[in-house]
Design a protein around this ligand. Structure first.
Ligand SMILES: [Zn+2]
Length: 389
């Protein structure tokens, strides 16, 4: 990246060398026996940089800027950059002349560089410049031994990318209960970094999961959404499971616990064995029609969805904040937590679904949204999936 503070250095070094040469020449003319060692040592321009820890004012004070300079800088930044919103990940670089005069100050935040330098007449001027990013393509693949998290972490996939991967397939694969040893996964993603190497964003471009329980699942990004190799959207009315991978991973992350859960089908629903307190998510957008105690179900939540569907979540330990009759919930929202209330022999979620009052086999439901891509977009999606190793 072009950095104006750098460009000052050669000028100053040149100026210093010229001054030193002139001075030694003058001294040499005055006294031929004069030792050149007596020429004053010219310190190069001093450049100091780091993260903004504490207030900007304190940082600049520690760098030796006086009250007047700091006041002029804060005046200049007013309305452009709020110094109170600077964080240690935001960086600054300040350059001083040989005599300790500030030559430039640059602050980088949110891919913008705020560059302050002297203008004519001793004033300061501010320029706001965009910071370029560089993009790198990443690829990882592997075979499951125990869990998706373990397998992907071992191949160096960052946690945020693992969660994105689980999200992309969250309508078709339950990575908590349907993962089996020997399943194969592969994903390609891009990482955008700023010039200091700090990660700005990352996005999965193509992915595949082939499992004994899950079958073949593919995905490629196009214009903000993911599509499979047929060009169909991966989104659908129902999440694959009411225990949502991302919700559970963030809930347990500080305990470094990524559960491998099990499900059972002892009745017209599904029992998910999970630790007490595991977050329970709504499988679809809907409205709470019941949240309370109901006999053997213990604490129960009932949601009504579009097109005559209803889902129930039983044996809960407690409800999420604000969950009560009439409340609207979004797909994936946490509505309650796993417990063992009512007739239950241990912590589990009793999950059931009905269509117009009749029980359905949730595992067998194939409800895909009709949206998809065609033409060139479909060809691009198919090529991205085909290019995966
Ligand atoms: Zn049950």
């Amino acid at each position: 990246m072009y950095s104006p503070s750098e460009s000052r250095r050669p000028f100053f070094l040149t100026a210093s060398l010229v001054a030193a040469a002139l001075l030694s020449a003058a001294l040499w003319l005055a006294d031929l026996s004069y030792s050149p060692k007596a020429v004053p040592y010219q310190r190069p321009v001093r450049v100091s940089s780091g993260g903004v820890r504490g207030t900007l004012d304190a940082v600049l004070k520690a760098e030796g800027l006086d009250n007047s300079a700091r006041h002029r800088i804060s005046t200049l930044l007013r309305g452009k950059l709020d110094p109170r919103r600077l964080r240690p990940q935001d960086t600054y670089t300040v350059a001083f002349s040989t005599w300790g005069k500030m030559l430039s100050l640059s602050i980088t935040k949110d891919l913008k560089q705020y560059f302050i330098s002297p203008a004519a007449g001793g004033a300061l001027q501010l320029a706001v410049l965009p910071v370029g990013t560089s993009s790198a393509s990443k690829l990882a693949s592997g075979v499951i031994k125990t869990s998706l998290w373990e397998a992907m972490s071992a191949e160096g996939v960052p946690p945020a990318v693992i969660l994105d991967y689980a999200d992309i397939f969250s309508w078709s694969v339950d990575f908590l209960t349907e993962v089996r040893g020997g399943d194969r996964w592969v994903l390609a993603w891009t990482q955008d970094s700023d010039p200091s190497g700090r990660l700005v964003s990352q996005r999965i471009t193509a992915a595949r999961y082939e499992g004994a329980e899950t079958g073949r699942n593919t995905a490629a990004w196009h214009a903000g959404n993911y599509y499979d190799e047929k060009g169909d959207s991966l989104r659908s009315m129902f999440l694959r499971a009411p225990l949502h991978y991302r919700r559970i991973s963030s809930y347990f992350s500080n305990r470094r616990y990524h559960p491998v859960l099990k499900y059972f089908r002892p009745h017209h629903g599904i029992d998910y064995a999970a630790p007490k307190g595991t977050p329970v998510s709504a499988v679809a957008d809907g409205t709470v029609t019941f949240a309370g105690w109901k006999g053997g179900n213990g604490n129960l939540v009932v949601l009504r969805h579009a097109a005559g569907y209803e889902t129930t979540y039983g044996h809960l330990s407690r409800y999420a904040r604000g969950i009560k009759k009439g409340r609207r919930v979004g797909q994936g929202d946490v509505i309650a937590y796993v417990g063992s209330t009512g007739l239950s022999s241990g912590p589990h979620l009793d999950f059931r679904i009905k269509l117009n009052g009749k029980p359905l086999n949730f595992i067998k439901i194939k409800y895909r949204s009709a949206s998809g891509v065609s033409g060139n977009a479909k060809a691009a999606v198919q090529a991205a999936i085909k290019n995966l190793p």
